[in-house]
Every structure is written in C-alpha cells, then in structure tokens.
Design a protein around this ligand. Structure first.
Ligand code: FAD
Length: 305
C-alpha cells in the first residue's frame, strides 16, 4: 500500500514540488544520490574505487519532454565517458531509454543509443540500459538484442517480478547480451508481475541459476542477503569463479555488505546516480523501504513538536 502510493507519487508534480522544497527530504535524498553535478559523481566514484569497488554512473533523468532534451542527454553521456577515461576511473554508465527519447519513437531513441554504444566501445567501456516500467520492456529487450549485434559494449536489465522475464533472459543470452538481474522497482499489475515477495525472490533465484552458467558476464543486483547467499552457494556448487560475474548495489544502501563482499573476493559494482532530476529515483528508493520514509516523518514531527 505505502509502496504503491510512493511509486504513484513519483509521477506527481505537486509531490515533486513539495519534496524539492523540503530541506529534510533533500538531505535524505543525498544518502541515495551523489550530488547534482558530474564532479560530485566523480568524487563518489573515486572514493568507491579506492575501496576496491567498481561503479556505474547514472545521470538522472527519465521520460524527457522533448527530442532536444534527449539529444542533450546523449551528449552528456558522451562527455561522461570522456571524463571516466580522463580520470582513469573503474566505471561504466547506466542510463534509461526514456531519457534518450523512447517516448518519441524507437528509431529516434536507438539512434541516440547507438552513438553512445559506439563511443563507449571506442573507449573500451560499457553502457547498461536500465529497465523501466513494463510499457517499455518489449522495446528495451528488442533494442538491447539489436544493439548487441553492433557491439559488445551494451547490456540491459531484467526484473524478476515480471512473469515474462525467463523468456527475456533466454532471448538475451542467445544474443550474447550482458544482463543485470534485479527484482524490479516499478508498480506492475498482478496479471504480469508476481505480487508476493516470496514469488519475486523464487524467480530471482531461478533466473540467477540460468544466468551464471551461461558463459556471459552478468550482474547480480540486490541488497537482499538471501539472494546473495543463494548466488554464492550456486556459484560455488557449479565451480563458477568469482570473477565470472559481479554483484551490484545502489549508492548509499548496505555499504557494509558491499565492503564485506569485496573482502570475500567477489566483484562489486556500485550504481552512483547524480543530477538534478533525482525526484522519481528518490521516491522509488523510499518505496523499497518504508523505514526510510519513517525517518523523514519522525524528523518532521520532532521539529513541529
Ligand atoms: C545496481 C542496481 C541497479 C538497479 N537497476 C534497476 C533497473 O534497471 N530497473 C529496476 O526496475 N530496478 C532496478 N534496481 C532496483 C531493484 O529492482 C530493487 O527495487 C531494489 O534493488 C531493492 O531490491 P533488493 O534486491 O535489494 O531486495 P529487497 O527485498 O527489496 O530488499 C532487501 C534488503 O535490502 C535493503 N534495501 C533494499 N532497498 C533499500 C532502500 N531503498 N533503502 C534502504 N535499504 C534497502 C533492506 O535491508 C532490505 O531488507 C536496481 C538495483 C540495483 C542494486
């Protein structure tokens, strides 16, 4: 219920105005977002690299309103790859197709993506297409498979809460596409998505067991100790070496667990978002853990009291 409300509010202009003008909410958001500028993300990336973690930089933005904004986002990403190379960061990039104009047509968006993929490839880097709401799943999977034919420098994401994901995993593995497995962060109807956590988790483990032995380098993205334990156990049982896949977590969430996995010899990549358009990302993070919301509420009441 709280989750559904928060995710629905992530598209609400009034909620956005309220949160952006609230100092405590802005401060809480800083736990999940490195800052508003690329310099902030670079500093966070360097700190993570110094601790043995690789990173993925995400310039926040989604569902842009104009084609011009999509082209500006493309140019921003071309610059991010230059900066990563110049700073010698152990970093790649994650982005959303609706930031690159998917709402204005698949062909237009794919043109922007292809420019980014080719640039990433020329610098020996990699770009990951995040997975958004289910309205975009089919187009994202198809575009990932097409772009993968052009270059190995592109991959995408699969969400274990969707019923269709096993079929998508098989399609993408056949295309040689690198996959990040996550549970899924959007609000989806029960006709297409598992509603119960136990079913989402069971599907996560099932998909992980398909991904790991596939011979493609995939990412297991979760903060859930049970999913992590299942992955370690399966990899060990199958003799899959620790450098044949990576764990991924979000900036600001379970840094203790991130460091513990590094100490155990696993690969760990931290997803570092930055930029001014942090509102929807922040709301999804609140939705994942209502305790985050309670923290804000308690502080608001303490001030009012
Ligand atoms: C690197 C990365 C990339 C992602 N990319 C995508 C994507 O492209 N598309 C997409 O739909 N989703 C994406 N997600 C989000 C994902 O789908 C989940 O919503 C999110 O990771 C929470 O699921 P979980 O696996 O951590 O398990 P959960 O069962 O939700 O959480 C397990 C535990 O993790 C901790 N935790 C989880 N979330 C939070 C939080 N917000 N604040 C504090 N603690 C928390 C808590 O201790 C919780 O008990 C991504 C996640 C990661 C880590």
């Amino acid at each position: 219920m709280i989750r559904a409300t928060l995710i629905a509010l992530s598209h609400n202009a009034r909620a956005k105005r309220f949160v952006l003008s609230n100092r405590l909410a802005r401060r809480t958001a800083r736990r999940f977002v490195a800052g508003e500028e690329l310099d902030d993300a670079v500093a966070a990336a360097r700190a993570a690299n110094d601790q043995g973690l690789t990173v993925s930089l995400d310039f926040l933005g989604e569902n842009v309103a104009t084609r011009e904004a999509a082209v500006r986002a493309r140019d921003m990403y071309l610059g991010v790859f230059e900066r990563i190379a110049r700073e010698k960061l152990a970093a790649n990039v994650s982005l959303k197709l609706t930031q690159l104009g998917l709402d204005f047509g698949t062909e237009f968006c794919e043109e922007q993506m292809l420019a980014i993929v080719k640039h990433a490839e020329s610098l020996g880097n990699f770009v990951r297409m995040d997975m958004e709401g289910s309205a975009y799943t089919q187009r994202t999977v198809e575009m990932a498979a097409r772009l993968r034919r052009e270059s190995a420098a592109v991959g995408t994401v699969i969400q274990s809460y969707l019923h269709r994901s096993e079929a998508d995993v098989k399609t993408l593995i056949a295309a040689g596409c690198r996959i990040r497995l996550c549970k899924g962060a959007y609000l989806e109807p029960p006709e297409i998505a598992f509603a119960e956590k136990k079913d989402v988790d069971a599907n996560y483990v099932k998909l992980m067991r398909i991904l790991l032995p596939s011979g493609v380098y995939h990412a297991i993205a979760t903060h859930d100790p049970a999913m992590i334990a299942a992955t370690k156990e399966f990899a060990e049982e199958q003799g899959i070496a620790k450098d044949k896949f990576e764990f991924q977590m979000l900036y600001g969430i379970r840094p203790d667990l991130q460091r513990a996995l590094i100490r155990e010899g696993y690969r760990m990549r931290v997803y570092i978002p930055y930029g001014r358009d942090w509102f929807p990302y922040f709301m999804r993070r609140l939705a994942e853990r209502p305790a985050n919301l309670m923290f804000i509420a308690k502080n608001l009441f303490r001030r009012a009291g």
